[in-house]
Design a binder for this molecule. Sequence first.
Ligand code: NDP
Length: 252
Amino acid sequence: MDIDSGLAGKVALVSGGSRGIGRATVELFARDGMDVVFFYRDHAQAAQQVVDAVRAAGGRCEAMRADITDAAAVNDAVEHIVERRGRIDVLVNNAGIVRDNLLGMLEDEDIRAVLDTNVVGVFNLTRAVARHMISKRSGRIINLSSVAGDKGGRGQSNYAASKGAINAFTKAMAVELASRKITVNCVAPGVIETEMSQQVRELADDQIKARILLRRYGQAQDVAHAVWFLASRFADYITGQVLHVDGGFKME
Ligand code: NDP
């Protein structure tokens, strides 16, 4: 059996590559020989550190500041990448935010910001990239959902709704793009040790671990491995799926 992933030389675009799961994905793709571009929004220094680390290891990587909630900025950034590289083979819709609170305590802005980033941002970027994939009759789209997308979560109504939308979006896009030879899948992480989950881990460490069959949090690399698999040729015959990477997470 040939165990080459088929990814070397291909172009990947990862949103939110400056930290956490996105960073682990950028590094893994680059290590497998991909030419990786990633978007970030606020943390220019962190983004530069990722670029430096990838290049020091002999990989190809570029960071671009682009807010995925800004459709025009996303279109410009994607056109720039395609002009210079000719194509985008793999899109990872990874960037996301949380603004947890009980429903009655959520401000309008907490609801809008989460839906704008986690849902509208994914529409903006997928629409900008998919037209290029369609013209090539080839592509992989991998969306980061969450265990919250189908299991809920106290104080997470905005976030859970956004990730449930991503699960549904993934299935609809898989149907729409299959005839163009583009696969669309989701990875749904459980609780992963990144800045995003820091507050909830500090508040309820034992309670959360009690719900995870493997009794530990996941690492960003655990999720990146699943994203890499779905991008690779080993996932050629998989589309419209939600792959859970959660250590066996149960609600109660
Ligand atoms: P982090 O908070 O560690 O990193 C988020 C990344 O997204 C950063 O690189 C950030 O860039 C970027 N980002 C945020 N908003 C925007 C925006 N509007 N435009 C462009 N980039 C943006 O998150 P994680 O790595 O933990 O999470 C990654 C994905 O995995 C998310 O979709 C999240 O919902 C999902 N997930 C995470 C879980 C976890 O336990 N950590 C569990 C389940 C799902 P910058 O820093 O420059 O602003």
